[in-house]
Design a protein around this ligand. Structure first.
Ligand code: MF3
Ligand code: CO
Ligand code: CO
Length: 258
């Protein structure tokens, strides 16, 4: 069952997602050569506490940290560590989740560090575009796989591949709710989208093959071929028109795209 959220619930989901949107932007400012991923995690945990939230990831299936930081060939679920130091030329994906007043916010983005290769630049751009292509399909009347198909089409048109083993998801009182949202598939299949559904759409895009494996730490997902990967995620509400991107940072009247 896909839950339809009331206007009141959407207010809280908006608040939860604005918290993670704001903190993601604050973390992005700190990404520079020499910083450890542990320092980013510590800052995230402090800012979440200050916002009266709780980290959604810490303790989730035993995950030990507040954020996931995945660098270069790491796809998702990189565990922050004092031993992992960001360097010039890296691409750094940060995923952050919060529980606020019983509702979950979840967003992610990939950032370049200094000068990065043209391939990495294009990978980031295409992954962001694929997310927005998916979001454009999140409207009443469409079916779930219209999102999946739009993401895959954009990525493959640009010569990259979408990860199969991890998917987007419904989100609300739990981080992972129904439905699962693959980033690939035929269009016009699956449940019809309805106003009030809240979806976390999150393409993971590889420069090379889509195949991934999990490192011995039990969490870090890397590309099998060692080529780079990027990840963007927004939590959105389906409406009759354009989806509302709950995790798009709002500063006064301005909405700031990642
Ligand atoms: N936030 C991730 C997602 O987008 C899930 C992180 S798993 C955790 O679905 F264990 F790190 F929490
Ligand atoms: Co996430
Ligand atoms: Co998610």
């Amino acid at each position: 069952m896909i839950v339809i959220r009331s206007a009141g619930e959407l207010v809280t989901l908006r608040e939860a997602n604005q918290i993670v949107a704001r903190i993601l932007h604050e973390l992005a400012e700190d990404i520079r050569p020499g910083i450890s991923t542990e320092m980013l995690d510590v800052k995230a945990e402090r800012l979440i506490a200050k916002a009266n939230g709780k980290p959604a990831f810490k303790g989730y299936r035993g995950y030990p940290k507040t954020i996931c930081v995945s660098i270069n060939e790491q796809v998702v679920h990189g565990i922050p560590s004092p031993d992992v130091i960001v360097k010039e030329g890296d691409i750094v994906s940060i995923d952050i989740g919060v529980i606020y007043k019983g509702y979950v916010g979840d967003t992610a983005a990939t950032f370049p560090v200094g000068q990065v290769s043209d391939e990495k630049k294009r990978l980031i751009e295409v992954t962001r575009e694929a997310l927005y292509a998916g979001i454009r399909q999140a409207r009443t009347g469409n079916r779930l796989s219209d999102i999946s198909h739009a993401v895959q089409s954009h990525v493959e048109k640009e010569g990259f591949s979408v990860v199969r083993d991890f998917v987007g998801h419904g989100i609300g009182q739990k981080m992972h709710e129904e439905p699962q949202i693959p980033n690939f598939g035929r269009p016009h299949l699956g449940p019809r989208l309805e106003a009030g559904m809240v979806l976390a759409i999150e393409p993971m895009v590889n420069a090379g093959s889509y195949e991934v494996r999990v490192l011995a730490d039990g969490w870090t997902v890397v590309t099998k071929d060692g080529r780079p990967s990027a990840h963007f995620e927004h939590s959105v509400t389906v409406t009759e028109g354009e989806a509302e991107i709950l995790s798009l940072l709002e500063v006064g009247e301005r909405r700031i795209p990642v």
